[in-house]
Design a protein around this ligand. Structure first.
Ligand SMILES: *[C@@H]1O[C@H](CO)[C@@H](O)[C@H](O)[C@H]1NC(C)=O
Ligand SMILES: *[C@@H]1O[C@H](CO)[C@@H](O)[C@H](O)[C@H]1NC(C)=O
Ligand SMILES: [Zn+2]
Length: 425
């Protein structure tokens, strides 16, 4: 392990308190850098008091980002002053940034309409429908190597489809990599990165055929289709993270559960919430969310051949492996570590971007009921959560001009992890 426990606190993947669609007009984002354990614990306490931390774990000396509402501002500034915490203003009006991004999204849709045929560019983010059309089109154009299957429906009845990519040699029973994206609605770069992996394996087949020699790849590009679409409906919905199934709580309706806390493995023990209005709501019971059920059923149907499960999130530059529910490590943790460290090293070599790797609990915080733990438990020998780097005014919104840079870098890491996997299994 490359990090000491206890120095690390708080949340990755932006677990927050966004109760409903929200107007962020006048909200600020601050970066705060804890330089000792006391400061880290004060920040941790703030998150329990309703301050909304986004992105990044809280390594000492590394900045965390926190959303501060106009009503919280005085308290926040007093606190960082009293404790002499290093801080700086990162965004002076989150609402304005979200509004600006929304206008750009609409313009990109008009300027780059999808043709429905051929290779996708990395010029913009795509809708659920566009993603489905794209993989359907691939299956039509490459019937020997590509197979698309309906694997279920979201709560709001959006179709969920996997794309299976082979080298077309017709051999059955190969080992297999199962990959997914878009668990968390606002992490738009995740499905974008997954689409690029699909592009590389299918359209750039000559160069990447070796990755399909002994392994098939099964990919579910967008797990939380409802949440993802919701984040694109308007500025108030941009920060949405969960699914969209309604739940009643003390007479009000709060929507969705965190699909990455909804798996039935140490479900809701720690690092998840029982409050339907929380952003890390585990659900009323395990597998309450149809999207998580789809992933579970895929895992069980694939696990006899499945060697690696890989799930793509943002943000924070992490490669994480089980366990997430305990600080214990699985028996073959050295293999998991070898795969993760190879991905990190390949990316570092290629672009200089630094990824931190290790077991979820030891790098971040305990979060039970996540899909990576479940995948490992279901029989995948290697299970990895990849948190892509953050960018843009919110962190979850790399500008469209940088999508290409992010997805190509991610691909370098994924390819290197696959190569390491092939050495080991
Ligand atoms: C990274 O670069 C070093 C030095 O050139 C090399 O030895 C190593 O194999 C590279 N690692 C990966 C995973 O590409
Ligand atoms: C992968 O894991 C399964 C289930 O734990 C195990 O039976 C199998 O031997 C492992 N495969 C390899 C190649 O180690
Ligand atoms: Zn996430």
């Amino acid at each position: 392990m490359k990090f000491s426990l206890g120095l690390l606190v708080l949340l990755a993947c932006g677990a927050t308190f966004v109760v409903a669609d929200q107007d962020y007009e006048g909200y600020r984002i601050y970066e705060v850098t804890p330089s000792n354990a006391e400061q880290a614990s004060i920040l941790h306490q703030l998150s329990a008091e309703g301050f909304d931390f986004i992105g990044q774990s809280r390594l000492l000396g590394q900045p965390s980002r926190v959303i501060v509402s106009p009503g919280q501002l005085d308290k926040f500034l007093q606190l960082v002053k009293d404790h002499k915490m290093i801080h700086s203003l990162f965004n002076s009006n989150l609402g304005a940034s979200i509004a600006e991004e929304f206008v750009q999204l609409q313009m990109q849709r008009l300027m780059n309409p999808i043709t429905g045929k051929g290779r996708l560019s990395n010029e913009r983010y795509y809708s659920h429908e566009e993603i489905i059309n794209y993989i359907d089109d691939l299956a039509q154009r490459y019937p020997k190597r590509v197979y698309v299957k309906t694997v279920g429906w979201s709560y709001e009845k959006r179709v969920l489809k996997t794309i299976t990519i082979t080298n077309g040699d017709g051999k059955f029973g190969k080992k297999l990599i199962f990959m997914d994206g878009g668990f968390h609605a606002r992490e738009w770069i995740s499905p974008a990165a997954v689409l690029y992996v699909i592009d590389q394996l299918v359209e750039n087949f000559q160069e990447n055929a070796y990755l399909l020699e002994d392994y098939d790849w099964v990919i579910l590009p967008l797990v939380n289709a409802d949440g993802y679409e919701h984040t694109q409906t308007g500025t108030l919905a941009r920060m949405w993270r969960k699914t969209r199934q309604p739940y009643n709580y003390l007479g009000q309706t709060c929507y969705g559960a965190d699909p990455n806390r909804n798996f039935d493995f140490h479900w809701n023990e720690e690092g998840a919430s029982s409050n339907p209005c929380s952003d890390t709501y585990a659900g009323p019971n395990a597998f309450s969310e149809p999207e998580a059920v789809v992933v579970r059923d895929l895992m069980h149907s694939l696990s006899d051949r499945g060697i690696m499960y890989l799930t793509i999130h943002s943000y924070g530059n992490y490669l994480l492996y089980p366990w997430g529910w305990t600080s214990d490590l699985p028996d073959n943790w050295q293999d998991l570590d070898a795969v993760a460290s190879t991905g990190a090293e390949a990316i570092k070599n290629a672009t200089g971007t630094v990824y931190t790797y290790g077991s979820s609990t030891n790098v971040l915080y305990i979060a039970a009921g996540a899909s990576d733990d479940y995948g490992y438990y279901a029989g995948f020998n290697v299970s990895i959560t990849m948190e892509l780097p953050g960018a843009g005014s919110i962190g979850f919104n790399p500008p469209v001009t940088r999508i290409e840079e992010f997805v190509t870098e991610t691909w370098i890491g994924i390819r290197a992890m696959a190569e390491k996997l092939f050495e080991l299994y």
